[in-house]
Design a protein around this ligand. Structure first.
Ligand SMILES: [Zn+2]
Length: 352
């Protein structure tokens, strides 16, 4: 696909979603949501609110053309890599503890996989920005985090200081909130498209998780991630983002199992999503010129098996508890499933 076609496809997809959101969410409260495009040649997206916290919302989501171009190219690279590797012996050995992958290429060509994964990834980025806006994260970052910047950027802007302490904790938690919001919306989109073909739904979920992992790595500057005791910078690392998103996917899929009839139990979901995420992690490792992983930090282990992230996760839970009241109070069009939540078992684990 030519670059120009990537821009056209992106504009078509997002113009449609923006129109729907204006009609269903913004117009009834006299608000407006605008989609803007930036020609600045950096991999970035941002969200900003121009209205007061109690006024009708005047929101803007800005995507850089360079973001959609690089995102498409990265996903295209992943699909080629996956197509070449998924039938090899080393791949089978690496994944021998997990169930087989759904048969992507029985349903789609490599090009169709790239196209579908890209549309899923693009939709996720857009809903992530929308989550920042509807949950008023700019305001919360100012009020509780003490952050001066109200526009929320997804990649560090050159010259900006690296966030630390409270500012960083509130930034990380609101990023996880936006991920959670976007994940729920993307899953509903999947349901709408694939409700009459269960095997295709498995394939679509697999592709969505692969694309989420690609996005998280792209937004982390594609550098190797390592555990840290406290939040640093604006965003959690890709492993943390994925590990916190997956339980949300499992819960929602469990909840809609009956109406959608998808037949995947919890074990099937864990195997499918772990395989998808780890497939992308192997791609990231190959992109960095390594033939095998240096450690298992970026592979899915489940939140309760991430001892080296425990202190970090304790910060996340404590910060969520601190912002939850304000976030719920000011959220526009909120639904219970959109919010971050931590189980009793997880809370006990981080405090043990
Ligand atoms: Zn964000």
């Amino acid at each position: 696909m030519e670059d120009l076609q990537i821009y056209e496809l992106s504009a078509n997809v997002l113009n449609g979603i923006t129109k729907d959101l204006n009609e269903s969410v913004y117009a009834p409260i006299n608000g407006v949501l605008a989609l803007k495009w930036s020609t600045e040649p950096t991999f970035n997206a941002s969200a900003s609110s121009k209205s007061g916290i109690k006024d009708p919302p005047d929101h803007e989501i800005c995507l850089h053309y360079e973001l959609v171009r690089q995102l498409y190219r990265d996903i295209e690279g992943f699909c080629d890599f996956y197509f070449q590797q998924h039938t090899t012996d080393w791949w089978s050995t690496f994944f021998n503890n997990l169930d087989d992958a759904p048969p992507l290429f029985e349903f789609f060509t490599v090009e169709q996989c790239s196209h579908n994964m890209f549309v899923g990834a693009l939709t996720f980025v857009y809903f992530h920005e929308l989550g920042h806006l509807l949950q008023q994260h700019g305001y919360i970052r100012q009020e509780i985090g003490g952050n001066e910047q109200t526009r929320i950027f997804e990649s560090k802007v050159a010259g900006d200081a690296i966030l630390r302490g409270k500012q960083s904790s509130v930034s990380h938690v609101t990023e996880l909130c936006a991920d959670s919001y976007a994940t729920v919306k993307c899953l509903y989109e999947l349901m709408r498209h694939f409700d009459d073909n269960k095997e295709e739904l498995r394939v679509a979920l697999f592709m969505l998780v692969c694309s989420l992992s690609c996005i998280f790595h792209k937004f982390s500057d594609e550098v190797d991630c390592t555990p840290s005791d406290t939040p640093v910078g604006s965003h959690p690392n890709p492993s943390i983002r994925m590990e916190l998103n997956l339980p949300h996917i499992y819960e929602l899929m469990d909840l809609i199992a009956e109406p959608s009839g998808h037949l995947m139990n919890r074990r099937d979901l864990v195997h499918l999503c772990s395989r998808a995420s780890d497939s992308s992690s192997l791609y990231q490792i190959a992109k960095n010129g390594l033939s095998k992983p240096e450690n298992d930090y970026q592979f899915i282990r489940g939140l309760l098996n991430r001892e080296d992230d425990k202190n970090y996760l304790k910060h996340i839970v404590e910060t969520w508890d601190e912002i939850e009241g304000m976030l719920r109070e000011f959220t526009i069009d909120g639904s219970e499933l959109d919010y971050l939540s931590f189980s009793k078992v997880f809370r006990e684990y981080v405090n043990s």
